[in-house]
Design a protein around this ligand. Sequence first.
Ligand code: GLY
Length: 427
Amino acid sequence: MSMSTSSLTSSTSSTSPAGSSADVVVVGAGIVGAAVAWRAARAGLRVTVLDPAPGDGATHAAAGMLAPVSETWFGEEPAVRLGLAGQAAWPAFAAELAAELGAETGADAGLRDTGTLVVAYDADDVAQLRRWLALHSRWSLKSGELALAEARRREPLLGPRVSGAAWVPGDHVADPRATHTALMSALGAHRAAAVVPRAAVRLVRDGRGAVVGVTDDAGETRRAGAVVLATGWRAADLVADLPVAVPVRPVRGQTLRLDAGPDVAPTHMVRGLVQGRPVYVVPRAPGTGRGPGTTADHREIVVGATSEEGPDDRRATAGGVFALLRDARALLPGLDESALVEATLRARPGTPDNLPLVGPTEVPGLHLAAGHHRNGVLLAPITADAVVAGLEGGDVPPALAVADPRRFRPAPVPVHDTPNHPARSLT
Ligand code: GLY
């Protein structure tokens, strides 16, 4: 698809009244916005990033599973195909980020090729696991049932009640917080990139209706050839008056961070079904533990996640924490001995079809990198590449065709009941 109407080629000369100018303003610096900004700067674009609290949205809660096969669900084949493309983009993305920052910084995306062990707690969960493996087989996804003895050999800490297991060899994990820190360092080092700790409050449009910048909460207008909205579940906030649909809603997710020593920490990602409830346990590398008494052989373990329709009030709940611990310790009882370091709630950006909104919109100059729901970390690299392709007027990679924001149509303009324009009767 051609992006010529919203490409930067004809609009890079915009200059703000305050003298700052950019080819692109990226609004939102979670892992998706930061990845877009970094890739844009590497592509030679002048980038301004606006975010009052970079990385403090869904990125802060995310476990970082790069696990499209383990997260496959019935009826969602387009999502798994997109997820596999996103997964394939990660190794080069992480390597380029590390290379740019230099070995001496120790910056690292925390990418670990662990594979994923999927386990079932009771007989009903085993039946569900087998239905899910049959789905994988129909869609030619790599997974296979494991004998319980083999599952216990790979993960000796599995609890005695676990009744079934499968192995997904290609599903790995990255560390979202470490990746975000690395991206912000890379942006900080780029002469062509500026990160401004301000919120965008309004999009600026020209006489043709094209988006040509944003005004921030200090009242400064930053003009640019294009604006990318990467504000997670808030992505619709700035577009209320525009003829564009951004159907993103908050879906709350609670995650826990544990500090676990080698005797109680699993070494693989473990996803499980416990009496029908999904839970995941994600161990990082040794040395990532934290809190009083941690040592170099401790790991951070992330347990997740709830999924609740509702606002991002940042309040992890007693019920959410209880449910996650109940189900995680049913699979890995040794976790009882770990320290509970953090309970975090953030909202994912959900969309009506569980697919993101990536690329140019109907409004010239307005691009989206939004609506990634459960897959912001998985899809950050491929989203960044696609958005930069769109900004440069090129083709968005075919894998992202399902994420074209223009698949949602804006609501019709309401008909107002005024003397000159009476509303139509419904009868
Ligand atoms: N991708 C995992 C989650 O959203 O909980």
